[in-house]
Ligand binder design. Structure first.
Ligand code: FES
Ligand SMILES: [Fe+2]
Length: 432
């Protein structure tokens, strides 16, 4: 007989620091339902990259928990987020995932809203309402937004700490993805978007720095020579997390490789302007940077050879895991490129991204095959009382001379980041 959810989470608070995580958290209806309010109802959740909506009127629709949200840039250039629900009877206002519109008109009775959320048009205002409806009270429901280096986040919690405090120093590492050039990064085309029978948490964990799976799950890459000069050196590097915040990153090294290999010279020059000396110290040694912002946004930079054996090109992907049911999620995956990179580099980086990630990407398929099966198995009745070991690196001391913020350990293959992730998740689930 499995425990009730409260008991499981209470015991998890003690179990995680000792290196134990219950299998049940990866596929369970009660867990999913509680996550909607306790995790996604409280955290800062990623909505969109500013370069997805560069012009006045541009919008995308995304989710926080089960709330469909319109993220739009108004005529003055300001970004707004609103629940995509008409205030008359609750119809969905905007039915496309992206586009450009100065106004949204409801398809049911025709109420019209500005893209900044105000209700400005009510059919038969005089005849039906005798002019008595106060339009000011019936604007779209607003969601609090803030942004960092092009990333727009929203929170459903009016009392949430600032985004800056929420990220808690993880900005140092996010800059690796977001400030690859002097004018920052941009999305290269629309995202890949699909549904997977996978729990979102498995993806967040993997992208918090699971260097352990790479030589096995992505073995083909080593065998066929898609990883420039990798192999036995794979475990070298650092794992860093922000204690108490749930954000974590793995920074894999390839000793002996040229700093910044896989980037053209002009981009390396730009990074010397856009990144601080401490960031350069970390990043110049890094070949793979794989990190997650709690709860469900991840990034990866890695080099990939477009032809087996060639010197490789670095590409960057950003991904979002949106839970839609127990063990089920919608996934968005973008290619990020430095805004001021050459067209030639952008094309090569996009080619590398597409070969490896997105629905048809080879690495993506390796991962989802495993993640879907983890989800299936952990949702079974016998699995409900099973714990998994998270003891890698349990006795290791953090580095004292690491140039960046947070708790840093060596080598890269460890489970420190995951223990921090699950301890944070359990705290949210307890409602702290
Ligand atoms: S539901 Fe939108 S106008 Fe009636
Ligand atoms: Fe992977």
């Amino acid at each position: 007989m499995s425990q009730d959810l409260d008991t499981m989470i209470r015991e998890m608070r003690e179990g995680v620091p000792a290196g134990r995580v219950p299998a049940r958290i990866f596929n369970d209806r009660e867990v999913f339902e509680r996550e909607l309010t306790r995790v996604f109802g409280k955290a800062w959740c990623f909505l969109a990259h500013e370069t997805e909506i560069p012009k006045p009127g541009d919008y995308v629709t995304r989710y926080i928990a089960n709330n469909n949200i319109i993220v739009a840039r108004d005529e003055k250039g300001e970004v707004h987020a609103h629940l995509n629900m008409c205030r008359h009877r609750g119809n969905m206002m905007c039915k496309s995932e992206m586009g450009n519109a100065s106004h949204f008109r409801c398809s049911y009775h025709g109420w019209v809203y500005k893209n900044s959320g105000e209700l400005i048009g009510v059919p038969y205002f005089n005849e039906a309402y005798d002019k008595k409806l106060d339009r000011k009270q019936f604007g779209l429901v607003k969601v609090r937004v803030d942004s960092y280096a092009g990333l727009i986040f929203g929170t459903l919690d009016p009392d949430a700490e600032s985004l800056e405090d929420y990220l808690g120093g993880f900005q140092f590492y996010l800059d690796i993805y977001l400030k690859q050039g002097v004018n920052g990064s941009e999305v290269h085309g629309p995202p890949d978007h699909w549904v997977a029978e996978t729990d979102w948490k498995i993806c967040t964990e993997n992208f918090s720095g699971d260097g352990y799976h790479t030589p096995v799950a992505h073995q083909f890459g080593f065998h066929l020579g898609y990883f420039p000069s990798s192999g036995s050196t794979h475990s070298k590097g650092w794992a860093v997390h922000i204690p108490g915040k749930g954000h974590g990153i793995g920074l894999g090294h390839t000793p002996g490789m040229q700093p910044f290999f896989g980037y053209p010279d002009d981009l390396v020059k730009q990074m010397h302007e856009s990144l601080s000396p401490k960031q350069l110290e970390v990043f110049s040694k890094t070949r793979t940077a794989v990190g997650s912002v709690f709860p469900n946004l991840s990034f990866l930079i890695q080099p990939l050879s477009l032809e087996p054996g060639d010197p490789g090109v670095r590409f960057c992907t950003m991904r979002l895991y949106h839970p839609v049911g127990p063990g089920r999620m919608e996934m968005w995956s973008w290619c990020l490129v430095p805004k001021d990179a050459s067209d030639e580099y952008k094309k090569a980086a996009y080619q590398a991204y597409t070969l490896a990630f997105g629905q048809a990407g080879t690495f993506e398929q390796d991962d989802f095959e495993n993640w879907t099966k983890v989800t299936k198995m952990t949702g079974s009745t016998l699995a409900r009382d099973v714990d998994f070991p998270y003891i890698q690196g349990l006795e290791r001391e953090p580095l004292t001379d690491f140039p960046g913020p947070g708790y840093a350990v060596e080598p890269y293959v460890t489970e420190d980041n995951f223990r921090n992730l699950w301890a944070t998740w359990a705290r949210y689930m307890e409602g702290e």
